[in-house]
Write a protein that binds this ligand. Structure first.
Ligand SMILES: Cc1ncc(C[n+]2csc(CCOP(=O)(O)OP(=O)(O)O)c2C)c(N)n1
Ligand SMILES: [Mg+2]
Length: 453
């Protein structure tokens, strides 16, 4: 019995046979501030009360000969760190919210119910397949020299589509640089995501059109932007929710801790959606936190929950509950989507330098798309014609992306000096003039080279 295939309290069920919508349980399900869906309170050890007699200090004991001659022990850390890669496949724990097992079996969770029509389920499948196709096309385009860099989301489709489809149009999203699936759900033209990675613009879309902010490279900073925005939403008296995406590595950033503090204190309607893909480039997640990331929320005074990030239904149900909670004035919530980055960090990274090959193979068995497909097939929710039509659409998507990148206009070279200051700046003007002069010097040499021929 694996953790991934069994939620201890879950029972098998077919889709459409009942179950309240997750949102109805939102008020109580995700827990009151300070609680988690896990069982941490029971396991927390009490520290000694202040003033109690300290244990004999180690320094009073005479050192043994062996101790004197031994190399200094690696005792600086309270717990021995595991080697990089170990633990990346670590157990997600019994607290993992799951509604679809890796084998495609539908299971129930007492706090997070969801009841989707066959059409909605097929829609989620389509979203994930097209997102993956777009992503793999972009990786290929980088290899062909069309993009400077690409950050693949391979393996994280369920976390992004599930959470993205839980949002309303008036909600606002603050992504990292990897949220291509969320962008798809927001209706951002996928080809617009490529501009920054090609180096021809600083973003490529208007964030106000789809309430999808520009990609953010400064790790964790968007958690603060989201919190400030959510505080503004509250002040406006609106009932929109805000969602901030970030990774396991970002959870160590001060910005994220500050965002947690401010959002809790101001009861801001923000959902923190952490995709724990188990790696921050070459640093494994166990080097970011000694407790599961979702449990950190309790210390800030709001609930956290760990969801199977490769289960699109669970991600949808949990995020729906979290955004409904935020809209109804109950403040922030942390969702930790336990998933895996099947590809490299970016196309500049070589993961074979720091992680085991078997790891990826183990996670391929939990593939988010394969598991939804297995469920659709087993339960007769989609037929061959449907899957064939998605394959066709996927091919068309690939073609569209390739054509778009090859016809993407290069920016004016001098555009780099635009949009630095709203009202201009003397120093930027000086640099612009110097650069123009520098470029002009090439024109002279090109002319003289031509004369000499
Ligand atoms: C403030 C800051 N520090 C360092 C970096 C370099 N950097 C880029 S991605 C990354 C790792 C992020 O890992 P994680 O938050 O887990 O997100 P993932 O890429 O795994 O989705 C780092 C350290 C950065 N962009 N910004
Ligand atoms: Mg990560």
């Amino acid at each position: 019995m694996t953790v991934e295939s069994t939620a201890a309290r879950s029972t098998s069920r077919r889709s459409g046979t009942g179950g309240k919508r997750a949102t109805k349980k939102a008020a109580s399900a995700p827990g009151d501030a300070g609680s988690t869906t896990g069982t941490t309170a029971k396991t927390a050890k009490r520290s000694k009360p202040a003033g109690s007699k300290p244990a004999k200090a180690a320094k009073t004991a005479k050192p043994t000969k062996a101790a004197k001659t031994a190399q200094p022990a690696r005792t600086a850390r309270s717990a021995k760190p595991r080697a990089a890669g170990q633990g990346a496949n670590g157990s997600a724990g019994p607290e993992l919210v799951q509604l679809l097992t890796p084998e495609g079996e539908r299971v129930e969770h007492p706090d997070y119910a969801i009841d989707l029509s066959a059409e909605e389920l097929r829609g989620l499948y389509r979203d994930m397949v097209l997102t993956r196709r777009f992503d793999s096309e972009a990786t290929s385009l980088q290899r062909q020299g069309e993009l400077g860099l690409w950050a693949s989301l391979l393996g994280q489709e369920a976390a992004q589509i599930g959470s993205g489809r839980a949002l309303r149009d008036d909600d606002y999203v603050f992504p990292t640089y990897r949220e291509h699936g969320v962008a798809w759900c927001r209706g951002v033209d996928p080809t617009k995501l490529l501009g920054m990675f090609r180096g021809v613009n600083n973003g490529g879309w208007d964030p106000t059109t789809n309430n999808f902010h520009l990609y953010t490279i400064v790790i964790g900073s968007q958690a603060l932007h989201a919190t400030g925005y959510a505080m503004g939403v509250s002040l406006d008296g609106a009932d929109s929710a805000v969602i901030a995406y970030f990774g396991d590595g970002a959870s160590s950033q001060g910005d994220v801790a500050e965002a947690f503090t401010f959002s809790a204190v101001y009861n801001a309607p923000v959902v923190f959606f952490c995709q724990n893909n188990q790696w921050a480039i070459s640093e494994p997640a166990e080097r970011q936190s000694r407790v599961p990331i979702y449990q950190r929320a309790a210390g800030f005074g709001f609930p956290g929950v760990r969801v199977d990030g490769n289960d699109v239904l669970a991600c949808l149900a949990v995020t729906r509950a979290a955004v409904e909670r935020a809209r109804s004035g109950q403040g922030p919530m942390l969702v930790e989507a336990f998933t895996y980055r099947m590809g490299a960090h970016t196309t500049s990274d070589d993961p074979t330098r720091y992680r085991r090959d078997e790891e990826r193979a183990e996670w391929e068995a939990k593939d988010p798309i394969a598991r939804l497909r297995a469920y659709l097939e087993k339960d007769g929710l989609a037929d061959d014609a449907f899957f064939a039509s998605i394959d066709e659409e996927s091919e068309a998507m690939g073609k569209h992306v390739r054509e778009a990148i090859r016809t993407m206009p290069d920016p004016d070279t001098m555009a780099i000096f635009e949009n630095v200051y709203a009202d201009g700046h003397a120093l930027v003007d000086e640099e612009r003039a110097q650069f123009a002069e520098y470029l002009a010097s090439f024109a002279d040499s090109a002319e003289s080279a031509g004369e000499g021929r």
